[in-house]
Design a protein. Sequence first.
Length: 177
Amino acid sequence: MSEKQKKNIIICGKGGSGKNYFQDILIKKFGYKEIKLATTRPKRPTETGNEYIFLTENTFNANNYIDVQVYRDWYYGVPDISKILSYKNVIILTPKNIKSISKKYPDLLKSWTIIYIRADEQLIRQRLSERHDADSVDRRIEADNIDFDGFEIYCDFEIDTTVINEDYTCKILKLLN
């Protein structure tokens, strides 16, 4: 499959890099459909409830996922994206998800375009601080630096969201068409 035939997108980036912002542009401006991960973690006060499929542990365990990651005793499940036959879908995954799926299903991600969203650490620190999350900003940045070390080899494109705008998004999508 050529690069131009890849119509489904995986977004990956550090916390506070602008993943959700970029995904919203793809959905609202370009008609992409969001694929959500399932999780057992509780909804944060600042979340609308649409960010994930929030499930009890029993309901989560009754479903099948192609990858499951655990963080702080909460489960995060990736739906079986191999069964998605339509185009113009977008999902946000972690480096751990992508590495794990690549090992289990070596050919699966070849039909998806992986976009690595970047931002400078100062901007990430500012965005994470504004979330008023229970997670420590320093801990999150340190963990992300470890998780993203050498991750570039899995990506088709990299976008610096320090300067992201719709024009830049249009340029990326033109590359995909």
